[in-house]
Design a binder for this molecule. Structure first.
Ligand SMILES: [Zn+2]
Length: 142
């Protein structure tokens, strides 16, 4: 059975995925291929698991620490009004977290980000457009 995110991991391991922000011990932190919300990114678990509960207590704690590190870095770099973190996996059941920075000037900021998902592709970015954002996030990563 194939998994799109396991395939993504193979690309990451080969060094050929251009949207990588940072490789943590247990996860990969990737810039979103759209920037509908500036700084939107995804934390992808290393190795296939369907649920966080499949991980050992030690490993799930480590993944949460990496998630918080990415969260804090986005806050420092982009100063959002609020962060929305979502782990769904209904389309691809490989644990991953969406990190959506939400901004004070967004008139729809009280809505879940998914209500705008039809518009996400209007803010797709090229690799060259991604590089300054990746560099900015890296510079704030502690
Ligand atoms: Zn997978």
């Amino acid at each position: 059975m194939s998994c799109a995110l396991c395939d993504r991991e193979k690309l990451l391991a080969s060094g050929k995925y251009p949207y990588l922000i940072h490789e943590f011990e247990n996860s990969w932190w990737l810039l979103g291929e759209h920037q509908y919300y500036a700084g939107y990114s995804v934390l992808l678990l290393k190795g296939h698991a369907r649920e966080m509960t499949e991980l050992s207590a030690q490993r799930s704690t480590a993944v949460f620490a990496e998630l918080l590190k990415a969260h804090k870095t986005i806050e420092a770099a982009f100063k959002p009004h609020k962060m929305n973190l979502c782990s769904l996996g209904n389309v691809v059941d490989h644990v991953h977290w969406h990190l959506f920075p939400r901004y004070a000037d967004d008139p729809k900021r009280e809505n879940p980000p998914w209500l705008q998902m039809q518009e996400f592709a209007t803010k797709n970015i090229t690799v060259s457009q991604a590089l300054p954002t990746i560099a900015r996030l890296k510079s704030f990563l502690e």
